[in-house]
Write a protein that binds this ligand. Structure first.
Ligand SMILES: Cc1cc2nc3c(=O)[nH]c(=O)nc-3n(C[C@H](O)[C@H](O)[C@H](O)COP(=O)(O)OP(=O)(O)OC[C@H]3O[C@@H](n4cnc5c(N)ncnc54)[C@H](O)[C@@H]3O)c2cc1C
Length: 409
């Protein structure tokens, strides 16, 4: 701490806003270059140190597993908490035929590995406890971010003022600092709500996931170890509100009825609901300020890429910041942030747009579209090169994202 600063002023090289999975991953990525990082988090420490189950099962790509491994986080995730997703079966309406996606290099390999969000967060926090140079300031909200020519100031609700060369916002898709910094965003509210919960099923699932675009509802079934599925039910928001308002026995009967075509299932966990809102800002940076995680790209969960992109962005930005630090350059300089902006946009925009396009087609219920929905899946299932390209796109990202992933490997 500089001698000229009062007790309520602190100085870090980087201030991160938000100790969610993206913020913690980014901070850990900087440890190797010895930069000091202060993470501001509005929740109390206990909620970050002991994250509770929130219903989300995160399908991690191979690239994300590698990134977590290099951060020293993957080894902290117990192997029985990792469920392999071997086949993804995409179905439309009442049709039994659909699109089957498998790992391009063989059936024994997993397309993705499912890990509960709270387990990932717990492993990140445990790794943070061992890290040097990173400090967590919990129970504090950011009330203002003031960029200057050489430093950016961050005012906290408790009265402390932080100084840094760079502020990185990982404060969720509803980021308050993003709009306060004058960054506009394309925000799309789909008018739908997702409810997630776990079920036990009466038959083995063999690692097969279902994405079932039924008429009036979308149901994803994600295979978990121990013969369980995670159910991701998406309904128009008013219908979901009615379903959640009934008593739990009635809810369970209704859910069993909706899931019946896939087997007999019994709910075994609490339910959690999330609004379906996607966000893509017009810029990822402003003066001495950058966005990562959902604050940068708020994906629709249907292609399971939110945190995968969060990790990619954290790695990309950390790599550029570390390179500037090693060369003794200003880590918050415009050329560092411009390079991040270009790379992350190229890596994420194609899948962001494609995902919203898939949702538009597969929630369109007019009769010609119902036929088109079936036809697209059948054609895609039979055209091997198209299927391989689609699998690579969904599991490893757009070609540009793959090039970057290989470069940072
Ligand atoms: C149902 C569902 C399924 C999903 N499945 C997948 C999947 O299969 N694969 C995948 O990759 N992703 C998936 N995702 C997305 C994934 O969960 C998110 O991308 C990820 O959790 C976002 O992490 P984050 O750190 O950016 O944001 P968050 O987890 O939202 O964390 C933001 C943090 O910032 C803090 N904060 C906010 N504002 C302030 C402030 N002003 N001051 C201080 N702190 C602040 C918050 O308290 C919070 O701790 C899914 C999401 C949902 C809802």
């Amino acid at each position: 701490m500089s001698a000229s600063r009062s007790k309520s002023e602190r100085r870090f090289d980087v201030v991160v806003i938000g100790a969610g999975p993206a913020g913690l991953s980014f901070a850990l990525s900087l440890e190797r270059v010895g930069l000091t990082v202060g993470i501001v988090e509005r929740l109390e420490l206990d909620r970050i140190a002991h994250p509770a189950f929130d219903g989300r099962e995160i399908a991690l790509t191979d690239a994300s597993v590698d990134r977590l491994r290099r951060l020293g986080v993957w080894s902290r995730i117990p192997s029985d908490e990792v469920s392999p997703l071997r086949v993804a079966r995409v179905l439309n309406g009442g049709s039994r035929q659909g699109l089957n996606l498998r790992h391009p290099e063989g059936d024994t390999l997993a397309l993705a590995r499912l890990v509960s969000n709270h387990v990932i967060r717990r492993a990140l926090y445990e790794r943070f406890e061992q890290a040097r140079g990173i400090e967590l300031l919990c129970g504090e909200r950011v009330s203002a971010v003031r960029p200057g020519p050489r430093e950016v100031q961050v005012d906290l609700s408790g009265g402390t003022r932080l100084g840094a060369s760079l502020v990185v916002a990982a404060d969720s898709r509803f980021s308050e600092t993003r709009s306060a910094m004058g960054i506009s965003a394309h925000i799309r509210d789909f008018g739908r709500t997702i409810t997630v919960f776990r079920v036990e099923c009466d038959r083995p699932h063999h690692g097969v996931a279902y994405e079932w675009f039924d008429y009036g509802q979308t149901i994803a079934l994600l295979p978990l170890n121990g013969g369980r599925y995670s159910v991701v039910l998406t309904l128009p928001t008013d219908e979901m509100r009615r379903l959640l308002a009934v008593d739990v026995e009635q809810f369970d009967r209704e859910v069993e009825r909706r899931l019946a075509p896939r087997g007999r299932m019994r709910r075994i966990s609490e339910r959690f609901s999330y609004p379906v809102v996607t966000v893509y800002p017009n810029r990822f940076s402003a003066a001495r300020y950058a966005l990562i995680g959902d604050a940068a790209v708020g994906m629709h969960p249907v292609t399971a890429h939110g945190f995968n992109f969060g990790l990619l962005g954290a790695t990309t930005l950390a790599g550029l910041v570390a390179a500037a630090a090693v060369r003794g350059k200003d880590i918050g300089a415009p050329d560092v942030l411009d390079a991040y902006e270009r790379r992350h946009r190229l890596a994420t925009l194609p899948l962001y747009l494609a995902t919203n396009g898939i949702v538009d087609v597969y929630t369109n219920e007019v009769l010609p579209m119902r036929f088109a929905r079936n036809a697209i899946l059948r054609i895609a299932d039979r055209a091997a090169p198209l299927k391989t390209a689609l699998t690579a796109f969904l599991t490893r990202g757009a070609p540009e994202a793959r090039r970057l992933a290989e470069a940072d490997g």
